[in-house]
Write a new protein. Structure first.
Length: 365
């Protein structure tokens, strides 16, 4: 049997899972249409609604990672020729563009410097030049550590009679997310970050407006596996067989969601903020800082500046090999310029921050 080494996962994901989440995965298998499993599915849906802060009936976890959640939203909402505005301020905005283009969309990019947010004024300017079906933004851009505010972008999107699609892969469970209050029409997330569950499921939620748009499609949904019409029957009251659900992963998310709600969302968000602030103070003692836009820095994913005279890869490897601590490298134009330090879910504690800072002090020249 493979035995992985001990690691403190302080990168961009996955984060370490709580012991009881891992224990849940070891539970006995039952059938995916067993009445007891179906009962658990309903509980998962109810808990996701509480954490997304939505009453959307169509709220459930897609069988796949966060990128499957992204594809689920795009393939169901987009038909060939549709115009889509996408905010691009990092890797995952770029991925949105790629997925939308594969669906046949005409993509209009609204770009910002990596590390900065997507400004509502930039979305407003783009809306004056086209009539998109969807405006899509990444709430918490994992590649840069920037948190884009949603409310104003939502307002101007709906004034233009478009749908708002939101990526909350890194934000859900780690900072405020309020789908109904923000009038988000389609949203996706992942299990492996602030929910502190192994990767493998992608929570999604579709508003009634989004479901109405899907019902009026003129063409088949591009993906059979991710077709919301089939998934609605599987996760709805009819329970029509669609695929064999990853049973053990559903055990895991059920336990993970229970832990989130037992802690309390606001308490959990405050814990992430406190860990972030402890990290910032500690980094300042080394002359290091967070590079993402001031006032919009993610608590759970910290883009830490790397001085030009430091070999960032060497230090990352030393942290991993000598201290068992994983941190992430920069991507794209930020490659070699930042470390991505994740303080997500179960890992967002002052104790972990202090352990990381102590190890870093022994690695820095």
């Amino acid at each position: 049997m493979y035995s992985p080494p001990e690691r403190l996962l302080l990168g961009p994901g996955p984060s370490n899972a709580a012991p009881t989440v891992l224990q849940a995965m070891n539970s006995k298998l039952i059938g995916h249409l067993d009445p007891e499993f179906i009962k658990m599915m309903e509980e998962i849906k109810s808990m996701l609604r509480l954490i997304f802060k939505t009453e959307n009936e169509m709220t459930f976890p897609v069988s796949g990672t966060g990128s499957a959640g992204m594809e689920t939203c795009f393939v169901n909402l987009i038909e060939p020729g549709d115009e889509v505005i996408i905010g691009v301020n990092g890797v995952f905005g770029m991925r949105m563009c790629d997925v939308a283009e594969r669906c046949g969309a005409n993509v209009i990019k609204v770009e910002a410097e990596w590390g900065n947010i997507i400004e509502p004024s930039a979305i407003k300017s783009a809306l004056k030049k086209c009539r998109p079906k969807i405006v899509a933004i990444v709430h918490a851009e994992t590649s840069t550590g920037a948190l884009t505010p949603v409310e104003e972008i939502s307002r101007i999107t709906h004034e233009a009679e478009a749908l708002l699609l939101l990526d909350t892969v890194t934000s859900l469970g780690g900072c405020p997310v309020s789908i109904d209050e923000w009038q988000v029409d389609a949203v996706y997330s992942g299990t492996q970050k602030c929910l502190s569950c192994p990767p493998g499921l992608a929570p999604v939620s579709f508003s009634p407006n989004a479901m109405e748009v899907i019902s009026k499609r003129n063409s088949k949904v591009q993906s059979w596996y991710l077709d919301i019409n089939f998934l609605a029957n599987y996760w709805g009251s009819e329970r029509i067989y669609h695929h064999t659900a990853p049973i053990s992963m559903n055990y895991a998310i059920h336990e993970a969601l229970q832990l989130v709600l037992a802690e309390g969302l606001e308490i959990r968000w405050n814990r992430h903020q406190k860990a972030h602030e402890t990290l910032k103070r500690g980094l300042a003692k080394f002359g290091l800082s967070i590079t993402s836009q001031e006032g919009h820095q993610l608590w759970q994913l910290n883009a830490v500046s790397v001085p030009s005279d430091i070999n960032e890869e060497k230090i990352r490897n030393q942290l991993l090999n000598e201290f068992g601590i994983e941190v992430g490298p920069g991507l794209g134009p930020l490659k070699g310029k930042i470390w991505r330090v994740g303080l997500m879910g179960y890992n967002a504690t002052d104790e972990n921050v202090e352990h990381f800072l102590e190890a870093l002090s022994k690695c820095l020249p």
